[in-house]
Design a protein. Structure first.
Lengths: 418, 276, 73
């Protein structure tokens, strides 16, 4: 007597048992074949431009090899192609000024405008790192760096340990790095605060040591926050060999130029607060950094990013960054003719009072038939300083000594796993 | 997996427990990477993008598809891994948005295991159709993780992924593991029922987390692949015990698919079950 | 003044770390497990930004240093 087919309930339990046994008795070798290892390639290209000043093209390629036990090796090659002009630090004059660059070119600056000098450079950098988990709670990282440009070389090593504690609610991180850099200015090293007499043509050493401690924790199901404190110690040749400081007469007219001179020690401290908060669908990133150093520069940085996810692979993330810094103690608009020379002086606008504001957006996406992930970021950066600082006297009061600089930066990135 | 995962080991050796957890974690991640329909470029994604072209699958995937095909037959077509396409018209976000009959009918044209050509190891999925191993993926991961742990230890353990679990045996001193079943209305708070489990798999099907409210009724996220609509009259939560997690999970899903007939279905299977 | 600011921030940082001692259960870490829930979800882009600001401003770092120096500042 034939019973009804498969739909008779009691048959199901036994049939399922047979099917499950067939499914679960998979030989171990079958699984070992598709374990979690993999390789990844990241390609990025930065196109950067400052209005009438510097232009940079920077391609970077990074290769990562991830092993089944969580260890990973990574190697990165980056090339910077830099051209353009940047302010020398000298003051504008009532007349046309000429200036000879370290490479021998003669440049003229129109009256009333901040003199700039053209330059061109290529920088090649190589980074490698090795990440290794120790158990489930600890990760160690070791890295090395080598870079070289026309007048600068950097060699560095860094390390970091992070530990998850307190039911994995908190992560503690500690790390440090040491860099041994070499500065060899084109044409030789000029004496500081002088007319540019070349002292020697050999390289100058610059040593940088850094240590940092960080703690981050989960505040709730949606919120995590962290604090990182870092100390950096620099010693050696810290001067910018191509920058100038103007010497003005009582009327503010620049009559000569001296070379930049900075202390040979710089100790920096920074404290960074970050927060990541998950809203219903989107994520809000906030960070605030307080910075101070032994050159008396103090700065505040505030950054806000809002990531709006459109679907699994697509997102749009606008960003806003505010930055303000106070001048270094030896920053000066210009020296006065006849006055005694200070120990150190620099008119490099990057050591003066300035504010930077950045407005940008990142768009992440992927193509259906392509396994990689793309990202495009566009940023508009505007940097402005004191147009007429207290040190500006005489005719300098009529010039804009820190016109706002408009900068754009566009990054295109592609990540591919295989 | 988007579910909480835990491994409990009855041992005094912290190192042993840590090591076993790491093994389970690796296995779960491996399975998720390989079979999740959300990961681009993996096996399932490749099948779902094959656009009608035959795909040859690896041995592990073939075994899972065989299992799914067997479940389709045993359930008279109610358990169907191609029913994931209905996700395009159904969004279970707790609101009262419900698709119209034309949209559902149109979507049903891309649902139905009978339309798929499966000759181990070659799978041909017609254009517009997709497979979703989410219905068995979690339970499979539990059993696989349990198998890996068993290879390394004699200690008794529990592998629990979001309520679908496997118990390897009794604890020291013959004691049993205690398992709680959530109250569907108060997910995450204290358990409604406490079970003492000696060994085997336990899995739950229900509407606790993903549902749609329609005309005052709560409709769970498991859809009837024949009508394209959620199962009506199903209990809030069906928990089944079986020798392995995947058997328990499949039975609880099959029972749930019976709607109001869930209880009598399970009684006829002569398995241990709890309906809330 | 500078000392006060630094001290205030350190205290704030410590408070942040100690405040609120309820553990978030493992099954409630679903959102936190997402890739974008990270202090640095796009390291390559972050490194580029840091390099830009390092050459245009006097400040440095904050996040653990990994790279190297350049003649740009």
């Amino acid at each position: 007597m034939a019973g009804p087919p498969e739909k008779r309930p009691t048959v199901v339990r036994d049939a399922l048992h047979t099917a499950a046994l067939a499914l679960l008795l998979v030989p171990a070798t079958v699984q070992a074949a598709d374990s979690e290892a993999g390789d990844k390639i990241d390609l990025t290209w930065l196109q950067y431009g400052e209005q009438s000043r510097t232009r940079i093209a920077e391609p970077v390629v990074r290769f990562t090899h991830l092993m089944p036990d969580g260890q990973s090796f990574s190697a990165q090659l980056g090339i910077d192609i830099i051209t353009g002009a940047s302010p020398t630090g000298a003051l504008p004059s009532g007349q046309v000024q000429t200036h000879t660059t370290p490479s021998g070119r003669v440049v003229t600056s129109p009256p009333g405008q901040i003199p700039t000098a053209p330059f061109q450079d290529h920088r090649l950098s190589l980074d490698a790192d090795w990440k290794r988990p120790l158990g489930r709670l600890v990760i160690t990282t070791l890295g090395g760096h080598v870079s070289r440009e026309k007048d600068y070389q950097s060699l560095g090593a860094n390390g970091e340990v992070s530990v998850d504690v307190w039911h994995r609610m908190m992560t503690l991180t500690a790390g440090g790095s040491i860099n041994h850099d070499s500065v060899f200015p084109v044409g030789g090293t000029p004496a500081g605060l002088s007319d540019g007499t070349i002292l020697h043509s050999s390289a100058n050493a610059k040593r940088v040591g850094n240590i940092f401690f960080g703690a981050s924790r989960i505040l709730s199901r949606k919120w995590m926050a962290g604090v990182t404190g870092s100390r950096t110690f620099e010693s050696g040749y810290l001067t910018e060999p191509y920058k100038l400081v103007s010497v003005m007469n009582d009327n503010g007219q620049p009559i000569s130029e001296l070379t930049d001179k900075r202390p040979s020690i710089r100790n920096r401290t920074s404290l960074l607060f970050s927060s990541v908060y998950h809203l219903t669908d989107d994520v809000l990133y906030n960070s605030y950094r307080y910075y101070t150093d032994s050159w008396k520069v103090r700065s505040h940085t505030l950054e806000i990013r809002y990531r709006h996810q459109l679907d699994t692979d697509t997102y749009i993330e606008p960003l806003l960054r505010f930055y303000t810094q106070s001048a270094a103690s030896f920053y000066t608009v210009g020296l006065h003719d006849g006055a005694p020379l200070p120990d150190f002086a620099s008119s490099d606008y990057r050591l003066g009072r300035l504010q930077t504001i950045t407005l940008g957006a990142t768009y992440g996406f992927a193509f259906d038939d392509n396994p990689g992930n793309w990202v495009v970021r566009a940023e508009y950066i505007r940097q402005a300083g004191d147009s007429s600082p207290p040190g500006a006297v005489g005719i300098q009061r009529g010039f804009d000594l820190a016109p706002p600089v408009n900068i754009y930066a566009i990054v295109v990135g592609y990540t591919f796993k295989y | 997996m988007a579910s909480p995962c835990s491994v409990l080991v009855d041992t005094d050796e912290r190192d042993e427990a840590e090591a076993l957890l790491a093994i389970a974690e690796m296995e779960v991640r491996r399975i998720e990477e390989k079979f999740s329909r959300y990961r681009r470029g993996n096996v399932v994604d490749g099948i779902n993008r094959s656009d009608g072209v035959p795909v040859e699958v690896d041995p592990e995937t073939a075994l899972l598809i065989e299992y799914a095909a067997a479940c389709y037959r045993m359930s008279g077509g109610m358990f169907d891994i191609t029913s994931g396409a209905l996700r395009r018209v159904w969004k279970f976000d707790g609101s009262s948005r419900v698709p119209g009959p034309t949209a559902v009918r149109e979507c049903l044209r891309h649902v139905g295991w009978q339309r798929v050509e499966w000759t181990n190891p070659v799978l041909t999925l017609p254009r517009g159709m997709e497979i979703d191993l989410g219905g068995i993926g979690k339970e499979y991961a539990v059993d696989r993780a349990a198998a890996r742990i068993s290879e390394r230890t004699r200690s008794s353990f529990v592998v629990n992924f979001g309520g679908d679990l496997y118990v390897s045996g009794t604890r020291r001193g013959g004691r049993t593991w205690g398992v709680g079943i959530d109250d569907p209305d108060r997910a995450g708070e204290s358990a409604l029922i406490r079970l003492d489990v000696t060994s085997g798999g336990i899995a739950t099907s229900g509407d606790a987390r993903r549902f749609v409210t329609w005309r005052g009724k709560r409709l769970g996220h498991i859809l009837n692949p024949r009508t394209g609509w959620p199962i009506e009259g199903a209990p809030r939560s069906v928990t089944v015990a079986g020798p392995t997690c995947i058997e328990a999970g499949t039975l609880s899903t099959l029972a749930y698919l019976q709607g109001s007939g869930a209880r009598s279905y399970l009684e006829q299977q002569a398995v241990q079950f709890w309906i809330v | 003044m500078k000392r006060t600011v630094a001290r205030l921030l350190t205290v704030l940082g410590l408070l942040l770390l100690i405040a609120g001692c309820t553990t978030v259960k493992p099954w409630d870490r679903d959102l936190l497990a997402q890739k974008r829930m990270s202090f640095n979800p796009t390291p390559m882009l972050q490194a580029i930004d840091e390099h830009i600001y390092f050459s245009k401003e006097a400040s440095m770092g904050g996040i653990g240093v990994g790279g190297g120096g350049c003649g740009c500042n």
